[in-house]
Design a protein around this ligand. Structure first.
Ligand code: APR
Length: 264
Protein backbone atom coordinates (compact mmCIF):
# COMPACT_ATOMS: atom_id res chain seq x y z
CA UNK A 1 0.00 0.00 0.00
CA UNK A 2 1.36 3.45 -0.85
CA UNK A 3 1.54 5.91 2.06
CA UNK A 4 -1.87 7.47 2.05
CA UNK A 5 -1.82 11.30 2.21
CA UNK A 6 -3.40 12.96 5.21
CA UNK A 7 -7.08 12.07 5.03
CA UNK A 8 -9.36 14.85 3.82
CA UNK A 9 -12.45 13.43 5.52
CA UNK A 10 -14.26 13.93 8.80
CA UNK A 11 -12.28 12.59 11.78
CA UNK A 12 -12.81 8.92 12.42
CA UNK A 13 -14.95 7.73 15.30
CA UNK A 14 -12.64 7.16 18.29
CA UNK A 15 -13.98 3.60 18.60
CA UNK A 16 -13.34 2.87 14.92
CA UNK A 17 -11.31 -0.28 14.21
CA UNK A 18 -7.66 -0.10 13.16
CA UNK A 19 -7.38 0.69 9.44
CA UNK A 20 -10.52 2.87 9.36
CA UNK A 21 -8.49 5.97 8.51
CA UNK A 22 -6.83 4.13 5.62
CA UNK A 23 -10.27 2.89 4.52
CA UNK A 24 -11.67 6.42 4.49
CA UNK A 25 -8.61 7.57 2.57
CA UNK A 26 -9.12 4.86 -0.09
CA UNK A 27 -12.80 5.81 -0.36
CA UNK A 28 -11.83 9.49 -0.67
CA UNK A 29 -9.47 8.74 -3.57
CA UNK A 30 -11.69 6.26 -5.44
CA UNK A 31 -13.86 7.34 -8.35
CA UNK A 32 -16.19 4.36 -8.79
CA UNK A 33 -16.93 2.53 -5.56
CA UNK A 34 -19.06 -0.61 -5.38
CA UNK A 35 -20.10 -1.89 -1.97
CA UNK A 36 -20.94 -5.57 -1.51
CA UNK A 37 -22.92 -6.08 1.67
CA UNK A 38 -23.89 -8.97 3.88
CA UNK A 39 -25.97 -9.43 7.00
CA UNK A 40 -23.31 -7.81 9.17
CA UNK A 41 -24.31 -4.33 7.97
CA UNK A 42 -27.80 -4.87 9.41
CA UNK A 43 -26.94 -6.18 12.89
CA UNK A 44 -26.63 -2.59 14.16
CA UNK A 45 -30.25 -2.23 12.96
CA UNK A 46 -31.30 -5.16 15.15
CA UNK A 47 -31.41 -7.74 12.34
CA UNK A 48 -29.45 -10.86 13.33
CA UNK A 49 -26.86 -12.19 10.89
CA UNK A 50 -26.61 -15.81 9.87
CA UNK A 51 -23.29 -17.15 11.13
CA UNK A 52 -22.54 -15.34 14.36
CA UNK A 53 -22.91 -18.13 16.94
CA UNK A 54 -26.41 -18.19 18.41
CA UNK A 55 -28.04 -16.64 15.36
CA UNK A 56 -31.79 -17.41 15.32
CA UNK A 57 -31.51 -18.01 11.59
CA UNK A 58 -29.49 -21.13 12.34
CA UNK A 59 -32.08 -22.52 14.76
CA UNK A 60 -33.63 -24.40 11.83
CA UNK A 61 -32.12 -26.22 8.88
CA UNK A 62 -32.90 -24.10 5.80
CA UNK A 63 -35.75 -25.43 3.62
CA UNK A 64 -34.31 -26.06 0.15
CA UNK A 65 -36.24 -24.75 -2.85
CA UNK A 66 -37.19 -28.17 -4.27
CA UNK A 67 -38.68 -29.17 -0.91
CA UNK A 68 -40.70 -25.94 -0.82
CA UNK A 69 -42.05 -26.69 -4.31
CA UNK A 70 -42.76 -30.35 -3.52
CA UNK A 71 -44.26 -30.22 -0.05
CA UNK A 72 -47.31 -28.38 1.32
CA UNK A 73 -45.94 -29.05 4.81
CA UNK A 74 -42.59 -27.46 3.91
CA UNK A 75 -44.43 -24.41 2.52
CA UNK A 76 -46.43 -24.05 5.74
CA UNK A 77 -43.23 -24.33 7.82
CA UNK A 78 -41.40 -21.84 5.59
CA UNK A 79 -44.18 -19.27 6.06
CA UNK A 80 -44.33 -19.91 9.82
CA UNK A 81 -40.60 -19.21 10.07
CA UNK A 82 -40.84 -16.19 7.78
CA UNK A 83 -43.44 -14.42 9.93
CA UNK A 84 -41.53 -15.27 13.12
CA UNK A 85 -38.37 -13.68 11.72
CA UNK A 86 -40.28 -10.68 10.34
CA UNK A 87 -41.51 -9.95 13.89
CA UNK A 88 -37.95 -10.25 15.15
CA UNK A 89 -36.83 -7.19 13.23
CA UNK A 90 -40.04 -5.29 12.60
CA UNK A 91 -39.32 -1.58 12.54
CA UNK A 92 -35.59 -2.00 11.89
CA UNK A 93 -34.03 1.26 10.71
CA UNK A 94 -30.95 1.73 8.49
CA UNK A 95 -27.61 1.49 10.30
CA UNK A 96 -24.72 3.95 10.07
CA UNK A 97 -23.28 1.58 7.46
CA UNK A 98 -26.42 1.72 5.30
CA UNK A 99 -26.48 5.52 5.60
CA UNK A 100 -22.80 5.88 4.73
CA UNK A 101 -23.13 3.73 1.59
CA UNK A 102 -26.30 5.56 0.56
CA UNK A 103 -24.39 8.85 0.85
CA UNK A 104 -21.70 7.54 -1.53
CA UNK A 105 -24.39 6.71 -4.12
CA UNK A 106 -26.20 10.01 -3.65
CA UNK A 107 -22.89 11.91 -4.04
CA UNK A 108 -22.22 10.11 -7.34
CA UNK A 109 -19.21 8.26 -5.91
CA UNK A 110 -20.88 4.86 -6.30
CA UNK A 111 -23.08 3.60 -9.15
CA UNK A 112 -24.79 1.12 -6.85
CA UNK A 113 -24.63 -1.54 -4.19
CA UNK A 114 -24.61 -5.33 -4.49
CA UNK A 115 -26.26 -6.93 -1.47
CA UNK A 116 -26.89 -10.46 -0.23
CA UNK A 117 -29.42 -9.05 2.24
CA UNK A 118 -33.19 -9.39 1.88
CA UNK A 119 -34.18 -6.72 4.44
CA UNK A 120 -34.44 -3.77 1.98
CA UNK A 121 -32.60 -1.55 4.48
CA UNK A 122 -30.45 -0.07 1.68
CA UNK A 123 -33.67 1.20 0.09
CA UNK A 124 -34.88 2.38 3.53
CA UNK A 125 -31.66 4.45 3.68
CA UNK A 126 -32.91 6.30 0.61
CA UNK A 127 -31.53 4.30 -2.33
CA UNK A 128 -33.80 3.63 -5.32
CA UNK A 129 -34.29 0.00 -6.38
CA UNK A 130 -32.15 0.58 -9.46
CA UNK A 131 -29.13 1.35 -7.22
CA UNK A 132 -29.48 -1.87 -5.18
CA UNK A 133 -28.71 -5.28 -6.71
CA UNK A 134 -30.40 -7.93 -4.55
CA UNK A 135 -28.62 -11.21 -5.24
CA UNK A 136 -30.75 -13.17 -2.76
CA UNK A 137 -34.02 -11.40 -3.42
CA UNK A 138 -36.17 -9.32 -1.13
CA UNK A 139 -38.13 -10.46 1.91
CA UNK A 140 -40.58 -7.55 2.02
CA UNK A 141 -42.99 -9.05 -0.53
CA UNK A 142 -43.89 -12.43 -2.07
CA UNK A 143 -44.24 -13.88 -5.57
CA UNK A 144 -46.09 -16.77 -7.19
CA UNK A 145 -43.47 -19.34 -8.23
CA UNK A 146 -45.65 -20.34 -11.23
CA UNK A 147 -46.63 -16.99 -12.77
CA UNK A 148 -44.36 -14.54 -10.87
CA UNK A 149 -47.29 -12.37 -9.78
CA UNK A 150 -46.36 -10.16 -6.81
CA UNK A 151 -48.28 -10.63 -3.55
CA UNK A 152 -48.17 -8.37 -0.49
CA UNK A 153 -47.21 -9.87 2.87
CA UNK A 154 -49.95 -8.25 4.98
CA UNK A 155 -52.76 -10.02 3.13
CA UNK A 156 -50.83 -13.30 3.03
CA UNK A 157 -50.13 -13.18 6.75
CA UNK A 158 -53.78 -12.47 7.62
CA UNK A 159 -54.94 -15.46 5.57
CA UNK A 160 -52.16 -17.70 6.90
CA UNK A 161 -52.99 -16.88 10.50
CA UNK A 162 -56.68 -17.45 9.84
CA UNK A 163 -56.36 -20.78 8.04
CA UNK A 164 -52.81 -22.10 8.67
CA UNK A 165 -52.69 -22.87 4.94
CA UNK A 166 -49.73 -21.84 2.78
CA UNK A 167 -50.78 -19.07 0.36
CA UNK A 168 -51.78 -19.76 -3.24
CA UNK A 169 -51.67 -17.31 -6.14
CA UNK A 170 -54.76 -15.16 -6.68
CA UNK A 171 -54.31 -15.46 -10.44
CA UNK A 172 -53.17 -19.01 -11.18
CA UNK A 173 -53.47 -20.82 -7.82
CA UNK A 174 -49.72 -21.58 -7.89
CA UNK A 175 -47.67 -21.71 -4.66
CA UNK A 176 -46.65 -18.26 -3.34
CA UNK A 177 -43.17 -17.80 -1.81
CA UNK A 178 -41.30 -14.95 -0.15
CA UNK A 179 -39.40 -13.13 -2.92
CA UNK A 180 -36.09 -14.39 -1.48
CA UNK A 181 -33.71 -16.88 -3.10
CA UNK A 182 -33.61 -20.17 -1.18
CA UNK A 183 -30.76 -22.67 -1.22
CA UNK A 184 -31.10 -24.67 -4.45
CA UNK A 185 -33.17 -21.95 -6.16
CA UNK A 186 -31.72 -20.52 -9.38
CA UNK A 187 -30.02 -17.15 -8.88
CA UNK A 188 -31.88 -14.20 -10.43
CA UNK A 189 -30.22 -13.71 -13.85
CA UNK A 190 -30.80 -9.97 -14.04
CA UNK A 191 -29.27 -9.38 -10.58
CA UNK A 192 -26.30 -11.60 -11.46
CA UNK A 193 -25.69 -9.65 -14.68
CA UNK A 194 -25.95 -6.28 -12.90
CA UNK A 195 -23.61 -7.44 -10.11
CA UNK A 196 -21.04 -8.58 -12.67
CA UNK A 197 -21.28 -5.30 -14.58
CA UNK A 198 -20.74 -3.31 -11.37
CA UNK A 199 -17.84 -5.54 -10.26
CA UNK A 200 -16.09 -5.03 -13.62
CA UNK A 201 -16.61 -1.26 -13.67
CA UNK A 202 -15.35 -0.22 -10.24
CA UNK A 203 -11.95 0.90 -8.95
CA UNK A 204 -12.78 0.12 -5.29
CA UNK A 205 -14.79 -2.95 -4.22
CA UNK A 206 -15.85 -2.69 -0.59
CA UNK A 207 -17.06 -5.86 1.16
CA UNK A 208 -19.07 -4.85 4.24
CA UNK A 209 -20.39 -7.32 6.82
CA UNK A 210 -20.15 -10.61 5.00
CA UNK A 211 -18.44 -13.89 5.89
CA UNK A 212 -17.96 -14.34 2.12
CA UNK A 213 -18.73 -18.07 2.30
CA UNK A 214 -21.82 -18.33 0.07
CA UNK A 215 -21.44 -18.80 -3.70
CA UNK A 216 -21.94 -17.50 -6.29
CA UNK A 217 -22.30 -14.20 -4.39
CA UNK A 218 -18.76 -14.39 -2.97
CA UNK A 219 -17.33 -14.62 -6.51
CA UNK A 220 -17.93 -10.90 -7.17
CA UNK A 221 -15.12 -9.59 -4.89
CA UNK A 222 -12.73 -11.91 -6.76
CA UNK A 223 -14.03 -10.76 -10.17
CA UNK A 224 -13.51 -7.12 -9.16
CA UNK A 225 -10.03 -7.78 -7.78
CA UNK A 226 -8.95 -9.74 -10.88
CA UNK A 227 -10.22 -6.86 -13.00
CA UNK A 228 -7.90 -4.40 -11.26
CA UNK A 229 -10.11 -2.92 -8.55
CA UNK A 230 -8.78 -2.41 -5.04
CA UNK A 231 -10.47 -4.85 -2.67
CA UNK A 232 -11.33 -3.84 0.89
CA UNK A 233 -12.95 -6.13 3.47
CA UNK A 234 -14.65 -4.53 6.48
CA UNK A 235 -15.85 -7.24 8.84
CA UNK A 236 -15.83 -8.24 12.52
CA UNK A 237 -14.32 -11.66 11.73
CA UNK A 238 -11.61 -12.81 9.32
CA UNK A 239 -12.85 -14.08 5.93
CA UNK A 240 -11.48 -16.49 3.34
CA UNK A 241 -10.81 -13.59 0.96
CA UNK A 242 -8.68 -11.57 3.42
CA UNK A 243 -5.45 -12.86 1.80
CA UNK A 244 -6.32 -11.25 -1.56
CA UNK A 245 -7.62 -7.96 -0.08
CA UNK A 246 -5.67 -4.70 -0.40
CA UNK A 247 -6.98 -3.69 3.02
CA UNK A 248 -8.73 -5.66 5.79
CA UNK A 249 -10.45 -3.62 8.51
CA UNK A 250 -11.44 -6.08 11.21
CA UNK A 251 -14.03 -4.62 13.56
CA UNK A 252 -17.38 -2.84 13.81
CA UNK A 253 -18.91 -1.37 10.64
CA UNK A 254 -20.80 1.48 12.33
CA UNK A 255 -17.82 3.33 13.84
CA UNK A 256 -15.66 2.66 10.74
CA UNK A 257 -18.16 4.24 8.33
CA UNK A 258 -19.76 6.77 10.70
CA UNK A 259 -17.85 9.78 9.21
CA UNK A 260 -19.54 9.10 5.85
CA UNK A 261 -23.03 8.60 7.25
CA UNK A 262 -25.51 11.40 6.73
CA UNK A 263 -28.69 11.66 8.78
CA UNK A 264 -31.31 9.36 7.28
N1 APR B 1 -19.68 -5.02 12.24
C1 APR B 1 -18.81 -5.77 11.51
N2 APR B 1 -19.03 -7.05 11.15
C2 APR B 1 -20.19 -7.62 11.59
C3 APR B 1 -21.13 -6.92 12.37
C4 APR B 1 -20.83 -5.56 12.68
N3 APR B 1 -21.67 -4.81 13.40
N4 APR B 1 -22.17 -7.77 12.64
C5 APR B 1 -21.86 -8.96 12.07
N5 APR B 1 -20.68 -8.86 11.43
C6 APR B 1 -20.01 -9.90 10.62
C7 APR B 1 -20.02 -11.28 11.23
O1 APR B 1 -18.88 -11.47 12.05
C8 APR B 1 -19.98 -12.16 9.98
O2 APR B 1 -18.65 -12.48 9.60
O3 APR B 1 -20.78 -10.00 9.43
C9 APR B 1 -20.62 -11.30 8.89
C10 APR B 1 -21.98 -11.80 8.46
O4 APR B 1 -21.79 -13.06 7.87
P1 APR B 1 -23.05 -14.04 7.67
O5 APR B 1 -23.84 -14.09 8.91
O6 APR B 1 -22.49 -15.30 7.09
O7 APR B 1 -23.95 -13.28 6.59
P2 APR B 1 -23.72 -13.21 5.03
O8 APR B 1 -22.27 -13.21 4.69
O9 APR B 1 -24.53 -12.08 4.55
O10 APR B 1 -24.39 -14.59 4.52
C11 APR B 1 -24.50 -14.77 3.11
O11 APR B 1 -25.79 -16.77 3.51
O12 APR B 1 -27.47 -17.84 4.69
C12 APR B 1 -27.16 -17.22 3.49
O13 APR B 1 -28.67 -16.17 2.04
C13 APR B 1 -28.01 -16.00 3.27
O14 APR B 1 -27.43 -13.89 2.24
C14 APR B 1 -27.04 -14.84 3.21
C15 APR B 1 -25.75 -15.55 2.81
Amino acid sequence: MTDSPAPSHAPTDPTAPEGSDELLGLIGRASRIVAFTGAGISTESGVPDFRTPGSPWMANKPIPYDEFVRSEGARREAWRRKFTMDDLYRGARPSRGHRALAALVREGRSPGIVTQNIDALHQAAGLPDEAVVELHGNGTYAVCIACDRRHELAAIRAAFEATGEAPRCESCDGPVKSATVSFGQPMPPDAMRRARDLSLACDLFLCVGSSLVVQPAASFPVIAKRNGARLVILNREPTGLDPIADLVVQGEIGPALAPLARPA
